[in-house]
Write a protein that binds this ligand. Structure first.
Ligand SMILES: Cc1cc2nc3c(=O)[nH]c(=O)nc-3n(C[C@H](O)[C@H](O)[C@H](O)COP(=O)(O)OP(=O)(O)OC[C@H]3O[C@@H](n4cnc5c(N)ncnc54)[C@H](O)[C@@H]3O)c2cc1C
Length: 372
């Protein structure tokens, strides 16, 4: 029988950050990960935008929170940042949920740079109403992964247990008694659920209320930065697309509101048709799409076609490789498109906390809630 102070479920950036934070306070932590590697899901498969707030003209709360943590995140992860590109935010003439005045006012309120500029050389003007030069940079998800894996390796109070999960749960008065897949029993004073797409699967196991979530099976296309070196473009605010450096990797990401999401699940769990072709991928505990033989086929060509509405042919990517992850959103964010991070105590004796992640730079929310 293993005894720990905290058992954290899920070794994405939120689970890893929580583990390191608690270990610094002298707590013994077991970090449980179902996958073969830590930080292999949403924490590396994302658009790598260090949100300053521009992206959320309909959710001032998310915009403010992004901005609040941005400087600290940049300082503490300086080696993983790429600020060496011009990031343009453009408003499409048609179907945009925001207009130039509104966008600029919103940026001014947040003290964000938002300078109206003439059409840059790489862009086509037909669809564009207004274009702004902004100050929004990208982080390097792979460099962040390496940084946090090395921090974990140096922290003796955290044990990372890969390819494992919880099979049985008993709540004793002051601790949890948990049976693991590998046959071990763990006694933990506290449990922290940081499993993102697995959140409700864990809540079901612990007989706790499920969160109201939507799940999107998402693709991020990556292509060599060559043609768009030093440039990023986000077309706002509606069914548009975005391309920007994927940190310092020499790759650009390409995403599109219309084509990035291959399937949406609106029930309690991420349940998708493709799961019938992979018996290891359960709605309660989804597998890693990137090692799955029945993952969706890429929408790179469709996304590229959409990008070609705004970018001249000679700047377009030729080919791309794609990564997939399940993106999870609160149902309550459907209207304002916000991405709050929620951390809550769901069970008191013994304690069970749930961390539901919005944006990567919100990891610091953990420090407000999880303490000795
Ligand atoms: C397509 C896409 C684009 C995004 N773009 C951005 C962006 O530009 N900027 C930004 O800041 N954020 C972005 N996000 C959001 C951001 O990626 C997430 O908020 C963040 O990565 C969540 O981190 P996490 O640690 O909670 O989740 P994850 O990284 O998914 O980690 C959760 C871990 O839990 C494990 N797990 C699940 N179930 C179990 C179980 N039962 N037992 C044990 N382990 C389990 C998983 O294997 C996984 O390793 C994007 C997300 C997606 C998907």
């Amino acid at each position: 029988v293993k005894k720990v102070d905290d058992l954290i479920i899920g070794a994405g950036i939120f689970g890893v950050y929580a583990a390191l934070y608690l270990a610094r306070q002298g707590r013994r932590v077991l970090l449980l990960e179902t996958g073969k590697q830590a930080m292999a899901r949403a924490s590396v498969v994302n658009q790598a935008r260090l949100h300053a707030g521009y992206h959320y003209p309909r959710s001032i709360g998310t915009a403010r929170l992004s901005d609040e943590y941005r400087m600290r995140f940049m300082e503490e992860h300086a080696s993983c940042m790429n600020g060496k590109f011009k990031h343009y935010y453009a408003l499409d003439q048609f179907q945009s949920f925001t207009d130039a005045d509104q966008f600029q006012r919103f940026a001014q309120n947040l003290n964000l740079k938002c300078e109206e500029v003439s059409l840059p050389e790489f862009m086509k003007g037909e669809r564009i109403k207004t274009i702004f030069l902004t100050e929004e940079i990208s982080f390097d998800p792979v460099a962040l992964k390496d940084l946090y894996l090395s921090k974990l390796a140096e922290e003796p109070l955290v044990e990372l247990l890969l390819e494992n999960s919880i099979n049985t749960v008993i709540a004793e008065n002051s601790f949890w008694k948990l049976g693991l897949k590998n046959g071990e029993t763990v006694l933990a004073d506290r449990v922290v659920n940081a499993s993102y797409a697995g959140t409700n699967g864990i809540h079901q196991l612990f007989k706790l209320p499920k969160m109201d979530l939507n799940y999107e099976l998402s693709e991020v296309s990556l292509f060599p930065s060559k043609n768009l070196n030093g440039l990023g473009l986000t077309v706002m605010d509606g069914p548009f697309c975005s391309t920007m450096p994927y940190g310092n990797s020499g790759l650009h990401s390409l995403t599109s509101v219309l084509y990035t999401h291959h399937a949406i699940a609106k029930g309690d769990f991420p349940e998708f048709d493709c799961q019938s072709g992979n018996q290891n991928c359960l709605p309660q505990q989804p597998d890693d799409c990137n090692i799955c033989s029945v993952k969706p086929s890429s929408s790179f060509e469709k996304m590229k076609q959409q990008l070609s509405l705004y970018v001249k042919d000679e700047f377009l990517p030729v080919s791309g490789t794609s990564k997939f992850a399940i993106k999870v959103k609160l149902k309550s964010s459907q209207i304002d498109d916000g991405r709050p991070t929620q951390i809550g105590l769901l069970h008191e004796n013994p304690p069970f906390y749930c961390i539901f992640a919005g944006k990567i730079n919100a990891i610091y929310e953990i420090e407000k809630v999880l303490n000795q």
